[in-house]
Design a protein around this ligand. Structure first.
Ligand SMILES: [Zn+2]
Length: 114
């Protein structure tokens, strides 16, 4: 059966995978971690070591024992801010265009390229 995919403009988030971020609210407040995945459509991110949930796995062919795994769960991107390692704190970003025309994000406090 064919169906039409709805084309939607992806909502760009202020973070992308690989970024260091700090959690600014919730039970993991002030924790820092690396963004592992970004779900632009949902506005959610998965951050390493943050918002850990325990999942109980049913036995499958691959994993006949089933079991329990702990893994980071997606959370709203509005709960995280980019983390500047030079300042050692969460920061807002400024955008800067380099001489070669490349656009980069920089820390508002120390102008370090993020
Ligand atoms: Zn900084």
């Amino acid at each position: 059966m064919k169906y039409n995919k709805i084309k939607s403009v992806p909502n760009r988030l202020h973070v992308k995978s690989g970024d260091m971020v700090q959690v600014i609210s919730g039970k993991d407040k002030s924790k820092t971690g690396k963004v592992l995945r970004v779900f632009t459509a949902k506005g959610k991110v998965v951050v390493e070591g943050v918002n850990i949930v325990t999942k109980h796995l049913k036995p499958t062919q691959m994993n006949p024992q089933g079991g329990v795994v702990k893994k980071p769960n997606a959370m709203y991107s509005s709960k995280v801010m980019l983390f500047c390692e030079k300042c050692g704190k969460a920061t807002r970003v400024a955008h800067k265009t380099l001489e070669d025309g490349q656009k980069v994000r920089v820390c508002k406090h120390c102008s370090e390229v993020l």
